[in-house]
Design a protein around this ligand. Structure first.
Ligand code: NAP
Length: 307
């Protein structure tokens, strides 16, 4: 197979940056990476991570997942508009009592996490269908298969992503297009920092005292504790090799399975689940049990559900 062009969204930091840099440095030079971000002013970290691959196997382009025109402009700028692999990674978080969040903020989150995906897929799918090949990789979350207290809206957006992809995968397969959902547990990135910063500033006067207390005194400190302890490494083999090598704190998740629809990266979530059930609610038990046959924990290799 020749060089494949990979378009990655949300490469200014975190998982997108790591995936783009890792693919660009592939020893076998299997990928030409189009690393995109909405604000090119933030390209410094990616340029540093890309090193010698910059402007060779990795080019940086502007793309705002919330703007159809910017997506079209980016795809139109590529030779033959060819995107062999789309990595839809751009995403934002939101935590806190539902009563304290505005509908406008919820819509904004969905605009990135769900409609961003829909816009990207709408743009690349017709070309992939014509070529009868392609791979759509979507950064979902463990919260796309399990709701979590005070994550109502974020989790809902990832459930939407899961339903979208599960439906799309069937149609895509007819055209030899692969679909992959990556479902990470906590990963050390900018994500939590941004979410906690927003949460600290949140006006909790819209909710009752008990909910505000649980959020401030139990949820936030406990979540931070989990995040401080979490394994910071996610190595995703969705392209048939290790694609991402993030800074490690402890633990490592490596997925080396053939390509199913879902890659559930749960080890940091489950290994550090002490007390987590309380926050996750009763569904956790059902969830763990139902995943038991599919997810092997401890070894860091997790199963998944193919279609
Ligand atoms: N970190 C975790 O624990 C975790 C767990 C499960 C799933 N995920 C998912 O993984 C994905 C990446 O998150 P991350 O952890 O790497 O967080 P991150 O470091 O905050 O990266 C998120 C990226 O998305 C970009 N982005 C946000 N809105 C955008 C838009 N409208 N158009 C284009 N780019 C946009 C951000 O750009 P700016 O810098 O311009 O904001 C940033 O580059 C997200 O979809 C997230 O939901 C993360």
């Amino acid at each position: 197979m020749g060089t494949r062009r990979v378009l990655v969204t949300g490469c200014s930091s975190g998982i997108g940056l790591a995936v783009a840099a890792r693919l660009a440095k592939d020893e076998l030079r299997r990928f030409k990476v189009v690393a995109t971000m909405r604000d090119l002013g933030k390209r410094g970290a990616l340029e540093k991570a890309a090193g010698g691959s910059l402007n060779k196997t990795l080019e940086i382009k502007q793309l705002d997942a919330c703007c159809e025109a910017s997506i079209r402009e980016c795809v139109n700028s590529l030779p033959d508009r060819r995107v062999d692999i789309l990595v839809n990674n751009a995403g934002v978080g939101m935590i806190g009592p539902l009563e304290c969040q505005s509908i406008a903020a919820m819509k904004e989150l969905f605009d990135t996490n769900f409609f961003g995906l829909a816009r990207l897929v709408k743009e690349v799918l017709p070309d992939m269908k014509r070529r009868q090949s392609g791979h759509i990789v979507v950064m979902s979350s463990v919260m796309g298969i399990q709701g979590l207290l005070f994550n109502d809206v974020y989790s809902a957006s990832k459930f939407a992503v899961e339903g979208f992809c599960e439906s799309l995968a069937v149609q895509a397969l007819k055209f030899h297009i692969k679909t992959t959902l990556v479902e990470p547990g906590p990963v050390v990135t900018e994500f939590e920092r941004k979410v906690y910063e927003d949460a600290e500033k949140m006006d909790l006067s819209g909710t009752d005292e008990e909910t505000a207390r649980i959020f401030r005194e139990i949820y936030l400190p406990y979540s931070k504790k989990v995040d401080d302890r979490k394994g910071g490494s996610v190595s995703v083999c969705v392209f048939g090799h290790v694609a991402d090598d993030m800074t490690r704190k402890r633990g490592k998740t490596v997925v080396t399975l053939p390509r199913p629809l879902r890659y559930c990266l749960m080890n940091s979530f489950t290994e550090q689940a002490e007390g987590w059930e309380i926050l996750a609610g009763s569904r956790w038990t059902i969830f763990s049990a139902s995943l038991g046959s599919q997810c092997a924990t401890g070894a860091g290799v997790h199963g998944s559900r193919g279609i």
